[in-house]
Design a protein around this ligand. Structure first.
Ligand code: GDP
Length: 373
């Protein structure tokens, strides 16, 4: 049962990713296996089932939730005769669509080439098949080598470019002087951009899709005469492709160098506890887990916990309306560090939120400049 819940959850996320990329999902297939099939990822029976569905409904693309090996991708493509995309590919696609600054575009391009490199051979075989494959093998092989070299050169070049921008960004961060730095962190789609907009009265792109935010935005914010810098960071997600984890190092530096983290949580999401854990893991990985954190439980307007009926049989979703004091008495209110419960959309409990941020920022400011305050 638990495994089933998990795979459903992963597929929910995958479906949301597909929707973010501009696709429409027709059907989901789940297979329970102890280990994926090395040749085709899924088993023969399941493959036939998928094949039949694709043929019947004229499906153009099949998306797999894990990273497929280049060989698997090629084999599946041969059987299903449609476009085969894996989770990494899908995420890279979304990042490519949404990268706005030259830094983000360079990072995405690098990640895409790194993803492409081991797959070049497979792509060639695919072409060869289309061309009939006669008399192609010799020059074909050379062509793969040439392609590989071009891609490798490009990767080296992009890495140099990123290194240069990283240095520039480091200098810029240094130039921001003594202002306290606050970073919004959290799973993707929890409301970070929305919160950023409300706090800084600016206009950051927010929408109900994964990764609306790709580039970090830094804004100077003033609460009660106290100025500080607020950074909106890229949303964390489970199973983020390794190519991207590496290439977004610069973005994560913003988090690493922050004085205070606002960990935003979408409590209307049924697996928000998992999200908290995976954000915690990422923070750990980048060495930012010892920073002061305010847990910002967001979307209280949409919180509908499952309530178990008296006869213990029926669970149903029920809307709740707690006061801030009642919220603080829940387990969420008792987490380590500070917690606040808000709706960024409806600006609920916003005065309390501002006060909490103000107090924390002031504390940090005072510790830093004991004689100026
Ligand atoms: P981000 O990916 O963390 O930056 O999330 P966004 O700020 O882009 O918000 C994701 C979605 O959640 C958008 O559709 C927002 O309108 C919605 N949202 C943000 N805050 C709230 C809230 O307090 N309540 C509700 N119901 N929706 C919210």
């Amino acid at each position: 049962q638990q495994n089933e819940d998990k795979s459903n959850e992963y597929l929910d996320e995958l479906e949301f990713l597909a929707y973010t990329a501009g696709g429409e999902v027709y059907k989901r297939f789940v297979q329970k296996m102890t280990a994926p099939n090395p040749k085709t990822f899924i088993g023969k029976g399941k493959m036939e089932e998928v094949q039949a569905y694709i043929a019947q409904h004229g499906i153009t693309t099949a998306i797999f939730d894990d990273e497929l090996s280049p060989a698997q991708q090629k084999n599946i493509e041969k059987i299903l005769e449609c476009k085969i995309i894996d989770r990494t590919n899908l995420i890279l696609d979304i990042f490519a669509q949404r990268a706005q600054t030259s830094y983000a575009r360079t990072q995405v391009e690098l990640a895409q080439y790194e993803y492409l490199l081991p797959r070049l051979a497979g792509m060639w075989t695919h072409l060869e098949r289309q061309k009939g494959g006669i008399g192609m093998r010799g020059p074909g092989e050379t062509e793969i080598e040439t392609d590989r070299r071009i891609v490798r050169d490009r990767i080296t070049l992009l890495k140099q470019k990123i290194k240069k921008i990283d240095k520039q960004m480091e200098v810029q961060r240094g130039n921001r002087g003594a202002l306290v730095r606050v970073a919004l962190v959290g799973y993707t789609n929890v409301g970070k951009s929305t919160l950023m907009n409300v706090i800084s009265k600016s206009d950051v792109f927010a929408e109900n899709k994964l990764f609306a935010t790709l580039d970090t935005t830094v804004r100077k914010v003033v609460i009660g005469n106290l100025p500080f810098l607020l950074t909106d960071t890229v949303g964390f997600i489970r199973k983020l492709p390794t190519q991207l984890v590496d290439s977004f190092k610069g973005t994560l530096d913003e988090v690493r160098e922050a004085d205070l983290l606002l960990h935003v949580v979408d409590i209307s999401h049924e697996s928000f506890e998992d999200h908290i854990a995976s954000v915690g893991k990422t923070l750990d990985e980048i060495g930012a887990s010892d920073k002061p954190v305010i847990m910002v439980f967001n979307k209280i307007d949409a919180y509908e916990p499952e309530v178990i009926d008296e006869d213990d049989l029926i669970t149903e979703k029920t809307e709740v309306h707690y006061t801030l004091d009642e919220w603080k008495k829940t387990w969420m209110g008792r987490v380590d560090g500070d917690a606040i419960f808000i709706s960024a959309l409806q600006k609920e409990n916003f005065d309390e939120f501002r006060k909490l941020v103000y107090d924390k920022v002031r504390d940090i400011h005072v510790t830093r400049f004991p004689y100026n305050s």
